[in-house]
Design a protein around this ligand. Structure first.
Ligand SMILES: Cc1cc2nc3c(=O)[nH]c(=O)nc-3n(C[C@H](O)[C@H](O)[C@H](O)COP(=O)(O)O)c2cc1C
Length: 215
């Protein structure tokens, strides 16, 4: 089977999104290195995810306790199960992820809350939590207005990249790469430098990954 890449778009800014521009360049590089790869885009601004209402959440607790979900939320749980299966069907997931108020956009958080389900994305046993995404690769293209990259003043405000790394680890994905895109606000030359550095970092990552046996 061909390698499969999912591009999860967490910015609702469409063609104006800087993180999407860099992610698309990165994905283009992965495709050039491995032309039979299949790329699917999931634009969360346009995705219709089931609402996690009270009754739907009761279904989650039912699953945790090994029970069936109630009839009234069966459809919602089928859609949730399909969303998890779709996510898990990719070997590589690229996230375009802007920082919003030090965390991630709510559309991306809703997606994460939708797919992080017991028995689907993770399993709990006496041995502890087992992430069912093990063996996959994630690439984060992380944008932000402020220059608070790791080791910079203000880096402790990062609940974007560190949150994504924590969540990915929870579902078993530990092969995580980050392309930082900061600052995207300020004097035009500073923003252009940030874009150029992010493109260069994306290209270096592609070169690095293309030396490995799979994308
Ligand atoms: C609602 C909202 C909240 C934001 N909060 C932050 C923030 O806390 N820190 C930051 O550095 N940038 C923040 N920004 C700026 C974006 O992260 C920045 O413009 C980024 O480049 C957007 O990426 P995109 O073009 O891919 O959407 C925020 C933007 C919006 C719309």
């Amino acid at each position: 089977m061909s390698a499969r890449i999912l591009h999860v778009i967490g910015s609702p800014r469409g063609e104006r999104s800087r993180s999407v521009k860099v992610a698309e360049r990165l994905i283009g590089g992965l495709v050039a290195a491995s032309p039979d790869v299949v790329v699917v885009t999931l634009d969360l601004g346009a995705a219709a995810l089931p609402a996690l209402t009270g009754p739907v959440i009761e279904g989650r607790y039912a699953l945790i306790e090994g029970r069936e979900v109630a009839d009234e939320v069966r459809d919602a749980w089928e859609r949730i199960g399909a969303a998890v299966a779709h996510f898990l069907s990719f070997g590589t997931v690229v996230f375009s992820v802007p920082m919003w108020n030090f965390g991630i956009p709510w559309q991306l958080k809703q997606y994460i809350d939708t797919i992080t389900q017991p028995g689907m994305a993770f399993r709990v046993s006496e041995a502890g939590v087992e992430g069912l995404g093990a063996g996959k690769r994630a690439i984060l293209v992380a944008s932000g207005a402020l220059d608070i990259r790791p080791d910079s003043p203000g880096a402790e405000l990062d609940h974007q990249v560190r949150y994504m790394q924590a969540w990915l680890g929870f579902i078993g994905i530990t092969d995580v790469h980050v392309v930082h895109l900061r600052p995207t606000y300020g004097p035009p030359e500073a923003v252009e430098t940030a874009m150029a550095e992010a493109y260069a970092s994306a290209e270096a990552l592609v070169a690095d990954l293309s030396r490995a046996p799979r994308v």
